[in-house]
Design a protein. Sequence first.
Length: 496
Amino acid sequence: MTTIETSSALDLLEDRELLRELAFVNGEWVGADDGGTFEVRDPASGRVLAEVPVFGATETTRALDAAGAAFETWGTTLAKERAAILRRWADLMRDNSEDLSLILTAEQGKPLSESRGEVEYAASFLEWFGEEAKRVYGDVIPTPMEGRRIVVFKEPLGVTGGITPWNFPSAMVTRKCAPAVAAGNTMVLKPAEQTPLSALAVCVLAERAGLPPGVLNVVTTPAEKAQEVGETMTSDPRLRMLGFTGSTEVGKLLMKQCADTVTKVSLELGGNAPFIVFEDADLELALGAMQSCKYRNSGQTCISANRILVQESVHDEFVAMLTDYAAGLVVGSGTEEGSQIGPLIDQQGLDKVERHIANALESGAEIVVGGSPHDRGGLFFQPTVLTGVSPEMDMSCEETFGPVAGIIPFRTEEEAIAIANDTPYGLCAYFFTKDLARAWRVGEALEAGIVGLNTGFVSTEVAPFGGVKQSGIGREGSKYGIEEWVDTKYFTFAGL
Ligand code: SIN
C-alpha cells in the first residue's frame, strides 16, 4: 500500500497504556511463542501503527485452557457481582472514550465523530448486559404428575468464542463478550486482523474493571492464520458456542466446522439491504437517512442500504437531492475537522467498489456524481450516485461496502417488494412512506430480521439485531441476545 503523509490519530492519545501490541491470555499480555508479529496499518495513510502477535493453534489452545479454568469460578460468581464488573467496564469505556475513539479511527479509518458514537454503542452493550445478568430467569412449571415439581434453570454454557469484524472493531467485540460473560461464560475472542487494537484496548479496561484472568482472552492473528485459529477454536470440544460477525461465506464455513462438535452458533452475516422510497414518502427524511445507512462508515456496514429503490414519480427529484448531498460530503482522514467519508479498509475493498461500478456501467447504468477513487489517493473513494441500476447487476446482488448509491427505479409497491426480497440475504430493510396501511403491508412483507420505517438508523443495544435467510442465525443485543449464551435445564423433582 502507498503511504500518505498525515498525522496519526495515535499521536493524540492521552493514555498510551490503552495501546497494546500483545495478545491477552489468562489476564497476561503475551506474544506468540516464536515472537512472530504482523503489522496493523492506518487505512488513511498506509502507515504501520503497531505490530501484534501471530497466534497459531498452540497459543489459541492455551487461551481455551485459560477460559476453561476461569469458568470454574466465573460460572458460579453471583450475577450481581458480574453485573457490577460490567457496569464498571462500561463506565471506564465512557471515561476513556476519546482515546478509544482515536485508536478506532487510527486502525479503521472512520471519522472521529463516528468512532465516538461507536465507543458509546460498545459501552452500551456492557451496561445493558450487565443489567440483564440479574434477569436471566428460569421458570416453575405446573406439574401434570402427582408428587412432582418442574423447574427450569438457565445456565451458562462454559467456554465460548467470538470472531469479530473490522467495520465496528469496538462495538462488535462488546456485543459478543458482554452477553457471554454477563451470563457466566468465559470467552476466547479473535478480532479482525485489520483492527485488533480496539479489542486489546477493551481488554485493558476489562482488567481495570476487575474482570478475573481468563474470563476474556483475545488472540490476534493475520489473515493467513485465521483459519488455523478458527479451526482450533471450533474443533475443541470445550467450545460450547461461537458468535461471529462477518461474511456469509465465512459464516457457513464456521457453521460446518461447529457441526462436528455440535457447538452452538450465533451468526451475523452479510446483508443486502433494500432502501425503498415510495412516492408518498417525506423525501427530506429519506435523504437524511442515506447518511446513516449509506454513507456512514463509508458504506462499510452490514446494514448499509445496498439497493436504493425509488418510485418512478419521485425518482428524478430524489436523485437530484441525493446528488447534491453526495457531492457536498467531505472526504478525509478520520481526524480531519469535518471529515464525513474516511478511507475504505483495504485495497481489496476498493477493488470491489470499482468492480461493481464497472459492471454497472457496462450494463447501462450512469454515473451522476463520483464514481472514481478520490484525488487524495490511497484508499479514499468519491461519494458516488449511479442511476439506471437494475436488480441483476453485481452491485445489487452483492454488498458493495463502499460510499456508492445505485438507484433502481420501480413502478408499483408489489414490484418494490418483489425486488427487495429477491436475494438470499435478509438482515435489514428500510422503507419510506407516510401511508399507514402501506407501512404495515410493506413492513410485514419484507423478508428481513430488522425493518426501519422512515429511518436509516436502527442500531441500539435494546433491540434484537440479526438476520433471516443467509444473513444469519441468532440475535445480538436486547433481552433476546443473552438467551443465545445460556443453556436451558429442565429439572424435575419426583417422589414428593
Ligand atoms: C454491522 O455492520 O455488522 C453492525 C452495524 C450496527 O450494529 O450498526
